[in-house]
Design a protein around this ligand. Structure first.
Ligand code: G
Ligand code: MN
Length: 325
């Protein structure tokens, strides 16, 4: 920590203010290694780990479990490439409901990986890896394109039950791509003529870097009719002041808030405030991860109209959605 304290303050280099920070990987010299390369590799692995964890003072001491994790990550990277080419990735669809109108508002498309040995893997286990490796670019494009194609098929099959909205999660890396706006509009155009609304779900943390560029892109998307939703609301580095400047249509209250509602320590006041704030700004509110009847009732009493969660429907593969529709 002492080293970090020495390095962290800004310093002046010929009139330029320099911000420097270091990450440190430490290795106990008593480890059972023989070759210099083994020592260096282990220190490197610890250092890499320190970088990844986003600690305030990024220092990690090597232990063998870190190496096992690094190896697992390495294998997973290779497998993920294969998964894409061998089409092991699948989209599931989770309905979002409006109970007051007994209606389904639409679906959120959620990606799943059917791993040949490990079974179904959830996106939080592999999307960060896809982001680190750049695989998120082709993958993200597919996550946008495939549900658009699916929804246009459903529009013709189940005309009576629609219009629907289709929500798709966007990665921050995608938003920084230079031609992202035209790519998304291209997918959106495949829905035109249909009564489907496309909603992009972004998280607050995506707005932290290049904020103005991101806002400009979102505005271009919004101008053609694409809706924007803020996902996992209040878990990020929320700065409520940016909200009125964003072309946002809805907020999704994070699952962690919903699941704490029945607990003693929970502040319902915060949830109520979010809902009131959203309504004041003319935004829709969707509660995520509703699992129990009493969560549903509390949300109802807080006038949260739209809900999504296992209590209503789990994410389903397309054939199951078709049976259900
Ligand atoms: O980050 P985002 O909010 O898009 O995450 C959605 C994830 O939450 C999906 O992987 C989905 O399967 C999961 N999910 C959806 N509904 C529920 C629920 O009621 N409970 C739990 N634990 N997870 C849910
Ligand atoms: Mn989402």
């Amino acid at each position: 920590m002492e080293l970090h304290r020495l390095i962290d303050p800004t310093f002046d280099l010929e009139g330029f203010i320099i911000y420097a920070s270091i990450t440190i990987g430490i290795l106990d010299s008593r480890v059972n290694f023989h070759e210099a390369e083994e020592f260096l590799r282990a220190a490197e692995i610890a250092n890499y780990n320190a970088k990844e964890q986003g600690l305030q003072y990024p220092t990690v001491v090597y232990d063998p479990s870190i190496q096992i994790k690094a190896l697992e990550r390495f294998h997973m990277k290779i497998e993920l490439r294969q998964a894409i080419s061998e089409q092991q990735l699948q989209l599931f669809y989770q309905p979002i409901v409006d109970l007051s109108a007994f209606q389904v508002l639409g679906f959120e498309a959620l990606i799943r990986w059917q791993h040949p040995q490990r079974g179904w893997i959830l996106p939080d286990k592999f999307i960060p890896l896809a982001e680190q490796t750049g695989l998120i670019i082709p993958l993200g494009d597919w996550i946008l394109g495939a549900p658009c194609r699916q929804l246009s098929i459903w529009q013709y099959q189940f005309l009576d039950y629609l219009p629907l909205s289709l929500s798709v999660d966007l990665s921050g890396i995608q938003l920084h791509e230079r031609d992202i706006v035209s790519k998304i509009i291209h997918h959106y155009q495949s829905l035109q003529g249909l009564q489907v609304t496309l909603k992009l779900e972004i998280t607050e943390s995506m707005l932290m870097i290049n904020t103005q560029t991101i806002i400009n892109s979102l505005e271009e998307l919004h101008a053609v009719g694409i809706k924007i939703s803020i996902d996992d609301f209040v878990t990020g580095y929320s700065s409520l002041s940016y909200l009125p400047d964003l072309p946002v249509d809805s907020l999704k209250i994070d699952r962690s808030f919903v699941s704490c509602m029945e607990k003693e320590k929970c502040s319902l006041g915060i949830i109520q405030t979010i809902i009131t704030l959203a309504h004041t700004l003319g935004l829709n509110v969707i509660a995520e991860g509703v699992e129990t009847v009493s969560e549903m009732k509390i949300l109802g009493s807080l006038v949260c109209k739209y809900k999504q969660g296992y209590l209503f429907y789990r994410p389903m593969p397309p054939h199951q959605i078709e049976d259900w529709l």
